[in-house]
Design a binder for this molecule. Structure first.
Ligand code: NAP
Length: 228
C-alpha cells in the first residue's frame, strides 16, 4: 500500500449530528476557545483539505490565525500556514474566493481528468490543478499528498469528504466537537452520509479523550494503530 499522511478529521456538529443548517448563512457551532484549539491543530498540520462545497458555501480562509503559531512555523522553516487542498468533480470554484487568496500558502485542486483543462483555465493562476484520474479517490489523493511532502493532513469537512475518509478507512484520528444546539432539518448536511464504515458493534473505535471546552465538548477518537 502507498504511504499516506497521518490523517486527522476535524469538525463540529449539532447535538443532532448536522455540520450546518440548511440556510445560506453559515451556522456557528464552535466557540472561540474551541476555534483556538482548532487553530493549534491547523498549525501542526502540513495540509488542510476541504471539499469544494465547503469552499463555495463557507468561503473559508483556512489560515493559522494566531501570530505566535505562524511565527513558530516560520522559525521551523515552514510557511506560516499549511498548504490548502480541495477536491472538485465539476470544477466550479471561484478563483476570487478566500481559499485562493494570495496568502503565501500553496494551493492544490484535485479534479477528474475530464475537467482538468477547464479547471486550469479557471484556477491555474491561483492554484495547482492536479489530474486525479477518472474519479478522484481519497486514497490516491492522500498518497499523492504524501509524495508532495505532506506527512500530517487535517481534513476539515464537509460531510461528503469526511464520509469518504471514514468509509475508506483513511483516517487515523477524529476530533468531533458537539455544540449545544439542534438543527432539526434533514435538508441540512450531516456529519456523515449513508455508507459502510469500518467501525461497528464488532469493531468499536477507541475513545481517546473527552474534553469540555466552554459550552462544547470535544471527543477525540483513535481510528487506527497509528494514532498518537
Ligand atoms: N461544522 C463543521 O465543522 C464544518 C466543516 C466543514 C464544512 N461544513 C459544512 O459542510 C457543508 C458542506 O458539506 P458537503 O458534504 O455538502 O460538501 P463537501 O464535502 O465540503 O464538498 C463536496 C464536494 O467536494 C467535491 N468532491 C467530494 N468528493 C469528491 C471526489 N471523490 N472527487 C471529486 N470531487 C469530490 C465535489 O465538488 P463539486 O461539487 O465541485 O463537484 C462535492 O460536491 C457546508 O454547509 C459547510 O458549512 C461544516
Amino acid at each position: 500500500m502507498p504511504e499516506r499522511p497521518y490523517t486527522l478529521l476535524s469538525c463540529a456538529i449539532s447535538i443532532d449530528g448536522y455540520l450546518d443548517d440548511a440556510s445560506d448563512t453559515r451556522l456557528l457551532l464552535s466557540n472561540e476557545a474551541d476555534l483556538d484549539r482548532v487553530d493549534g491543530v491547523r498549525a501542526g498540520s502540513d495540509a488542510i483539505l476541504v471539499g469544494a462545497a465547503t469552499v463555495r458555501s463557507d468561503n473559508p480562509r483556512l489560515l493559522v490565525r494566531a501570530r505566535d503559531r505562524r511565527e513558530a512555523r516560520v522559525a521551523r522553516g515552514l510557511p506560516p500556514s499549511p498548504m490548502k487542498v480541495t477536491v472538485t468533480e465539476r470544477g466550479k470554484l471561484d478563483a476570487g474566493s478566500h481559499f485562493f487568496a494570495d496568502d503565501h500558502t500553496e494551493k492544490l485542486v484535485y479534479c477528474p481528468s475530464d475537467i482538468v483543462a477547464e479547471a486550469r483555465d479557471r484556477l491555474g493562476s491561483v492554484a495547482t490543478v492536479v489530474d486525479g484520474g477518472q474519479r478522484v479517490g481519497m486514497g490516491w489523493l492522500s498518497a499523492d499528498l504524501h509524495t508532495r511532502g505532506v506527512s500530517r493532513l487535517m481534513v476539515e469537512g464537509g460531510g461528503t469528504v469526511l464520509t469518504q475518509f471514514l468509509g475508506e478507512d483513511l483516517a487515523d484520528e477524529l476530533h468531533l466537537v458537539i455544540a449545544p444546539l439542534l438543527v432539526g432539518d434533514s435538508r441540512a448536511v450531516r456529519f456523515v452520509e449513508n455508507g459502510r464504515f469500518p467501525w461497528s458493534q464488532e469493531r468499536r473505535a477507541t475513545l481517546a479523550e473527552v474534553r469540555r471546552i466552554g459550552d462544547v465538548v470535544l471527543m477525540r477518537y483513535a481510528l487506527s494503530s497509528r494514532f498518537r
